[in-house]
Design a protein around this ligand. Structure first.
Ligand code: CA
Length: 239
């Protein structure tokens, strides 16, 4: 097990009190500081007040549904959001532009698996922060036609306009841009971004790529900046 990141705070928004308590117990055993709320409006308030690093969000909530909670949370924080849903067909919407979840688990799930997801997102480098080793290596800004990817500043510009990305979209683009000539398989991208212990449907990568392409002005299924490599996965294009 990876040691927990010191001071990492997790907010659990879940109306099933037994399940919420169980998730909180596992998280504190793993060394995290967790808080639990049971309704949508309390979730939005707590996300604002507690400034969590990760939010675990159940979709079926009283007061305000999880999709709306996620949308509201996204207006003031770029913390990682892991959604808990019973409906797999909602996932494309969830990761979508206006909702901006980073990862999901489908019910029924094991709490151990959920805790592994929390650990995986917390291992990712954050905007403006140094790397896990404490030293931020200097990364060149890479240019792909009109697209400029500044890995040091974790910023992305299309022409003169900065593109607003969710944390996962940003991580995905940074990973691809780091080795622009390499064709990445979905699993390689998952290992890089979600972590090698992530277990789930690799379609998650395609969903994030589709939304990222849209933000870069491309069609979701064809990208000038992120090209599909048939039989392999994805690679940066020249724009
Ligand atoms: Ca529920």
């Amino acid at each position: 097990m990876t040691p927990p990141q010191p001071g990492a705070r997790v907010l659990i928004i879940e109306d099933e009190t037994t399940l919420a308590g169980m998730i909180a117990a596992y998280l504190s055993r793993a060394g995290y500081d967790s808080s639990v709320v049971h309704t949508g409006p309390d979730g939005v308030r707590a996300a604002r007040d507690l400034a969590p690093d990760v939010v675990i969000l159940d979709l079926g909530l009283p007061g305000l549904d999880g999709i709306e909670v996620c949308r509201q949370i996204r207006t003031f924080t770029d913390c990682y959001v892991i959604v808990v849903t019973a409906r797999k067909d909602e996932i494309d919407t969830l990761i979508g532009l206006s909702v901006g979840a980073d990862d999901y688990v489908t019910k029924p799930f094991s709490v151990r698996e959920l805790v592994a997801r929390v650990q995986a997102v917390l291992r990712r480098p954050r905007t403006g922060s140094t790397t896990a080793s404490g030293t931020a290596p200097s990364e060149p800004t890479r240019v792909f036609g009109a697209l400029r990817v500044d890995r040091d500043g974790q910023r992305v510009h299309l022409g003169d306009v900065e593109v607003a990305l969710t944390p996962t979209e940003r991580d995905l683009l940074m990973a691809l841009a780091r080795r622009p000539s390499m064709a990445f398989s979905r699993r390689q991208l998952i290992d890089d971004i979600w972590g090698t212990d992530w277990v789930g449907d690799e379609h998650l990568v395609d969903v994030h790529v589709a939304h990222l392409r849209r933000k870069l002005g491309d069609a979701p299924d064809i990208g000038r900046y992120i090209t599909t490599v048939r039989g392999v996965g994805y690679r940066m294009g020249q724009g």
